[in-house]
Design a protein around this ligand. Structure first.
Ligand SMILES: [Zn+2]
Length: 284
């Protein structure tokens, strides 16, 4: 199985090539020239906008990073209506006494109920995953599960941060099934949809299934992942991605925000580069 964007994007690219292009950077000095020779343009695209060269691209990237910084959304934690204990109870995985005992034990030790239940052997990993899925209103990975290797070009650091693994990818249906261990990370699903053009759907998996699946992910050649841990200003970030855009001979760039990261994907004729900037946290 391959999750490779180039195939999906090619149709979009073909239709786009027929459009007349003018550099989207308002202060671009090349506009008149590029207008007169549209067929010879290379440049870099961001969504529907086209930038004639790396300087104009860097300006656009800087604006995007500034917007991300200023408009950083404070994520509202989604709290399922039913507690995990009540779901386990309603599914008959636990008795009232067991739940009460585990709750008291967990409170005593200051640990989460799921941990207590697992430690005491009162609920299996699969039962807990099933209960979480019910809490979030999405499916749990079936017994047959997914045992196939997947070539998914999603940076592993993002997957580990979100405790999520790609499970199945359907190129025809343009659907990507993501397995989550603790909670559905909607920001990740949204980011993947923007980056891959696929519909990303959640389900729940156990911690063991997550680790197994991560072990099956294969590394894609000509793919580079760069993680910038130190805080950078929008201008510095723009310069960094511009540098990588030159090295990769980038033709297309996508900017998304996901959990602790600002993620820029550069699709180039030489290679694809994912640049991840760690987002300085503003809240809890
Ligand atoms: Zn320009």
């Amino acid at each position: 199985m391959k999750l490779n964007l180039q195939y999906i994007q090619s149709a979009v690219d073909r239709s786009w090539k027929n459009m007349h292009a003018v550099c989207a950077h308002r202060k671009c000095r090349n506009t008149m020239l590029m207008r007169s020779v549209p067929q010879s343009r290379v440049g870099i695209r961001i969504g529907d906008l086209w930038y004639c060269g790396v300087d104009c691209f860097a300006e656009a990237a800087c604006v995007r990073f500034s917007v991300f910084r200023e408009g950083r959304v404070i994520e509202m934690p989604h709290n399922p209506r039913l507690s995990i204990g009540l779901v386990l109870l309603s599914k008959g995985f636990l008795t009232n006494d067991q739940l009460r005992f585990a709750a008291a034990e967990g409170q005593l030790r200051g640990e989460e109920l799921e941990l207590t239940l697992a430690r005491l052997g009162l609920a299996t990993e699969k039962q807990i995953a099933t209960a979480r899925a019910a809490q979030w209103g999405c499916p749990v990975l079936g017994q047959d599960g997914v045992r196939e290797p997947i070539e998914a070009d999603i940076p592993a650091i993002l997957l580990r941060t979100c405790n999520a693994a790609p499970l199945r990818y359907s190129q025809n249906g343009k659907r990507l099934l993501m397995g989550f261990v603790y909670r559905v990370e909607h920001r990740l699903l949204l980011a993947l949809e923007q980056i891959t053009g696929c519909r990303a759907e959640p389900c729940f998996i156990t911690r063991t299934e997550f680790e197994e699946q991560m072990g099956r992910l294969s590394v894609i050649p000509d793919r580079e992942v760069v993680v910038e841990e130190e805080p950078q200003s929008p201008r510095q970030m723009a310069n960094t991605v511009a540098q990588f855009a030159i090295e990769a001979a980038a033709r297309k760039a996508t900017f998304v925000e996901c959990r602790d990261f600002l993620w820029t994907r550069l699709l180039g004729s030489r290679r694809t580069v994912d640049v991840l900037f760690r987002n300085p946290k503003r809240c809890g």
